[in-house]
Design a protein around this ligand. Sequence first.
Ligand code: NDP
Ligand code: GDR
Length: 344
Amino acid sequence: MTKTALVTGITGQDGAYLARLLLSKGYRVVGTFRRSSSSNDGRLRELGIENQVGRVDLDLYELTNILRAIDSVKPDEIYNLAAQSFVGLSFEQPIYTAEIDALGPARLLEAVRKAGNGMRFYQASTSEMFGKVQAVPQTEGTPFYPRSPYGVAKLYAHWLTVNYRESYGMHASSGILFNHESPLRGIDFVTRKITYSLALLKHGGLDVLRLGNLDAKRDWGYADDYVRGMWLMLQQEKPDDFVLATGQARTVREFVECAAEPLGFDMAWEGAGQAEIGRDRRTGRTIVEVDPAFYRPAEVDLLIGSADKAKRVLGWEPETSFAAMVALMAEADERRVVDGRAPI
Ligand code: NDP
Ligand code: GDR
């Protein structure tokens, strides 16, 4: 029988890849769209699936449209990917972030509970909940210590998912996902900012790339691998929490070096702290400058995850290497720049 999936946040990076995966598995896929949003279905179009997904109006701020959406779509599985997902912005908009990232999932979980028909629920939790890390690598058992309003809001949603599972026997799972990137990544996140800016720099559209903390270390995987893990979580008989990660961490500086290579730059660094500069070794041209405006009030210095449980229980493993993913992003952005297309 055809299964129906409701994907909140289908216009985002993960929503687009997950929709494509579910369609390939024969699902009827319905995505949530915000009437008030100026964003469009560019990512779905880029994957060529914009006409294959159903649409329902939904803002996580509003319980009534959540109730209506669940009633009309009657999903077997709900993937809650919608969020104010930018950590930096959460320091400027902590209350809005809590409304969407903490209370949004609470509204959804209540609606699922009220429907009471056994639908399965996925919550997009995050490595940002580990924040000031208490152990390396981080696992499902590592204590949380969020370092941003975003991390705090997501922690509430994570525990609420656990609580609804334990209190009401709901099939609610939480994926604690480490950073995952792709050519469809939002342009404000550091990886995509780097690949798009370097492509612009190469073709004369930008003078210099300004970045914040170059020493921050992240465990960067490939989004298309990670959405497979989300789906696998909801196919298990027993709901649970799973870390998805690659187990390898790199600094922002290393990401720049790796992205620069396929675009023909060879990075060399001089100076330190906020005076650090990245130059192209071949031409001496300044490529990167540090700009304190991109520093955060509280930083997460190092994230590195262990996906051993996901491997053991779900049979999940990342398939795309760091270098291959960065090259994909750099090449996609160079094509966009050369073709004069607006960034997604
Ligand atoms: P994106 O920022 O690319 O997408 C966010 C989505 O949420 C968009 O579709 C956006 O819609 C939607 N949205 C935002 N606010 C609301 C709202 N008030 N009501 C309904 N929808 C809303 O995120 P990603 O795809 O990168 O991430 C997906 C989820 O996974 C997020 O919850 C994120 O926090 C979490 N996560 C992401 C990780 C990553 O590395 N990518 C790692 C760990 C967790 P619109 O187009 O209308 O703005
Ligand atoms: P993150 O991603 O905060 O990990 O959240 P982001 O790419 O924004 O930052 C990663 C690290 O890079 C440092 N950094 C910069 N970041 C941005 N955005 N812009 C810069 O110019 C810059 N310079 C340095 C940051 O300080 C940080 O240390 C992402 C989001 O997808 C979340 O939704 C998700 O939960 C987590 O990943 C896991």
